[in-house]
Design a protein around this ligand. Structure first.
Ligand code: 6R9
Length: 649
């Protein structure tokens, strides 16, 4: 960690939506009178029936109820499209950059976005989808993914996107979990020169699910797919026949806009539910202020729409602001390690937003891949998903930004809908590695982890919680409000618990120290250790498994699995490979263990609880400080684990 500060330049501050004085004044107003502040800023979107109530939120355990703008009605897709299609029909809404650099990029205007979204909406209606129905999207990063999201919003259906890297089993669980009526997929997803067979995966997912789920298939590569008449529908054929206008449905501010499954510390992923009104206000406002977005800027967020970052900062935030947003189908290293910068040059990108893991990977390839491109269009750089180490921050600042672009390190979560801790580039002096200060309306608190007491000294270290609510906050776990209350509001009464640890320095800057629960962060993606464990024990040779994270140079954290085999099963290299492959197919490539250690036994307390603290230490190659091991049922298992540890510095 470095305490060097980088103040905004006077020039940047002068043209920014917020300079330091504006930030201070707006922040103070937002927390002293949230009702008035959000009442005013809610007007940034168009309401069909304006709200008269702004905020109605309760965190009493057993009775957590969060409502914003509750009597207002609106349509999210009309906000993201129609008002801009009326004002600036020819403005580019989406720039699509395909996986293959030789395939031409496409510029989709707001007028075309309206037509295409309407066609998709009418096709969905034709399949019987209506208000409140769930639609799962399992798509490549193609414009149809945005059309599908906005089409659901247009007719009041609730979308749930499943990242195209997830396996058929994971997809199936999510389709069943939200009881979807339709799944929208494509024949194949080109990525990094390879093709993922999305339709084939969907076929497998639908084998063990609810009958009656319809499958709408978008043509991307034209790759052959099997076809089941009556279940499978050809999107391109239906869209060609569909009307180019669909009337937007009038929705309540609190009607769910989407469900997004995310990993937690226990059990299977939970469906995070976001609202229509509050979510859109928050996504749009954070997009404008955090990235200092101005009209006619080209904004590029490199995330996939399968993650929350893609929801808020590829689609909803930028389009609500009438922005030009870039959608990239590929990966940073294809066809070579210069692809990001080639795309920045080609489309004259002004704001660029990516994950530290991508920067670390590219940093290792050498500066020549960056400096050969003209990056003078860049005005601002952003990061998200995990803490950024000072080396990567400095490289981003010096080599990519040429020392002229402010960096916004944005801390937030699937649950928060948008940025909660972030610099505002014209207002906040940045410190490499710190997400700095709260966004408007956000009240972070640092609690002592065991007592739950709030630490009021400015310099503090503990768990990060939030006091009170903000409009983009998740409203519930799909179908399980109890789980919502238990996960986020039971450990520390009266607060929203983030699951992250943090340090607040003497200047009041926040430094995220990582998860304090059994969630690991692999390449900026959240993975529940329990999910990987349950995949491992589902293999016939595995008796028991325990999974922890360990420091990884590129991924941030790697997945370290301790596996106890069934009696009589031989621990071979072949089996190790087989188990890696097994987890890939059970969950997806992102869950593949980096290291598997054969464990004759796992360290347990006498009551049978696995002592993960010890397993984490061994995985970190830091077993000198194992702490108290006196409660172990059989201390000798630890010696074996240390002796055969896989991560040796
Ligand atoms: C948006 C997103 C959330 C978890 C979060 C934290 C980590 C995200 C971070 C960060 C340090 C940042 N995280 N941004 N840690 N600095 N700027 O990533 O959502 O996938 O739900 O992950 O990611 O641990 O709790 P999600």
């Amino acid at each position: 960690m470095s305490d060097k500060t980088y103040p905004p330049s006077a020039e940047f501050a002068a043209n920014a939506h917020a300079d330091a004085a504006t930030y201070e004044a707006m922040y103070t107003a937002s927390v002293t009178d949230p009702e008035a502040f959000w009442g005013e800023h809610g007007k940034r979107i168009d309401w069909i029936k304006p709200y008269t109530k702004v905020k109605n939120t309760r965190y009493d355990f057993g009775d957590v109820d969060i409502k914003w703008y509750e009597d207002g009605t609106l349509n999210v897709s009309a906000n993201c499209i129609d008002r801009h299609a009326a004002a600036t029909p020819d403005k580019t809404a989406i720039i699509f950059e395909p996986d293959e650099p030789t395939e031409p990029a496409r510029h989709i205007s707001y007028r075309e976005l309206l037509e295409q979204t309407s066609r998709m909406a009418n096709v969905l209606k034709g399949l019987g989808v209506g208000k409140g129905d769930r639609v799962v999207l399992y798509l490549p990063m193609i414009p149809e993914a945005a059309y599908a999201m906005l089409a659901c919003a247009r007719i009041g259906a609730v979308h749930s996107i499943v990242f195209a890297g997830f396996s058929p089993d994971a997809l199936g669980a999510r389709i069943n979990g939200c009881n979807a009526k339709v799944v929208i997929t494509a024949d194949e997803a080109p990525r990094g020169g390879r093709k993922t067979p999305l339709k084939t995966n969907t076929d497998k997912a639908l084998l063990h699910g609810n009958d009656g789920v319809k499958c709408l298939v978008v043509k991307r590569t034209g790759g052959q797919t099997t076809w089941i008449d009556g279940r499978d529908f050809d999107y391109n054929a239906l869209a060609a026949e569909a009307s180019t206008y669909c009337t937007p449905a009038e929705m309540n501010a609190e009607d769910p806009l989407f469900i997004l499954y995310t990993s937690g510390s226990t059990g299977q992923p939970k469906g995070v539910v976001h609202s229509s009104g509050g979510y859109l206000v928050f996504a749009a406002m954070t997009h404008q202020y955090t990235f200092d977005y101005h009209d006619n800027d080209v904004f590029w967020c490199t995330a996939d729409v399968g993650w929350v970052t893609g929801h808020s900062y590829i689609v909803y935030g930028p389009l609500a602001n009438g922005a030009t947003t870039l959608m990239f189908e590929g990966v940073p290293t294809y066809p070579d390690a210069g692809r990001f910068w080639a795309v920045c040059e080609k489309h004259k990108v002004n704001q660029f937003y990516t994950a530290p893991t991508a920067l670390r990977a590219l940093m290792g390839q050498g500066n020549e891949w960056v400096v050969k491109y003209d990056l003078s269009s860049l005005k601002l750089l952003g990061t998200v998903g995990e803490p950024i180490n000072p080396e990567a921050w400095n490289w981003y600042n010096d080599v990519v930004g040429g020392g002229r672009c402010p960096i916004v390190d944005t801390w937030w979560q699937t649950e928060t809908g948008g940025h909660l801790l972030t610099p505002l580039p014209g207002a906040t002096a940045t410190k490499p590695g710190s997400a700095t200060r709260p966004f408007f309306g956000v009240q972070p608190v640092v609690l002592e982890p065991t007592t739950g007491e709030e630490i009021t000294d400015t310099a503090a270290e503990g768990v990060l919680c939030l006091r009170d609510s903000w409009p983009g906050q998740m409203r519930t776990v799909w179908g399980d409000h109890e789980r919502f209350m238990k996960t986020y509001f039971s450990d520390y009464k009266g607060y929203y618990f983030t699951g992250d640890g943090c340090r607040r320095d003497a200047d009041g800057y926040y430094w995220i120290t990582g998860r304090v629960d059994d969630v690991i962060n692999v390449s900026g993606h959240r993975m529940g250790t329990a999910e990987v464990e349950s995949a491992l024990v589902a293999h016939e040779t595995v008796a028991e498994a325990a999974v922890v994270g360990y420091p990884h140079d590129v991924k941030g954290q790697g997945i370290y699995a301790y596996v106890t085999l069934m009696a009589g099963v031989e621990a071979t290299e072949e089996l190790r490979k087989e188990l890696e492959k097994w987890v890939r197919t059970e969950i997806g490539p992102i869950a593949k263990p980096d290291l598997i250690q054969w464990a004759p036994g796992l360290p347990k307390t006498r009551s049978g609880k696995i002592m993960r603290r010890i397993l984490r230490k061994i995985a970190e190659d830091d077993f000198g400080a194992l702490g108290d091991t006196s409660t172990l049922a059989d201390p000798s298992v630890v010696d074996d684990l240390i002796e055969n540890r896989m991560n040796r510095a």
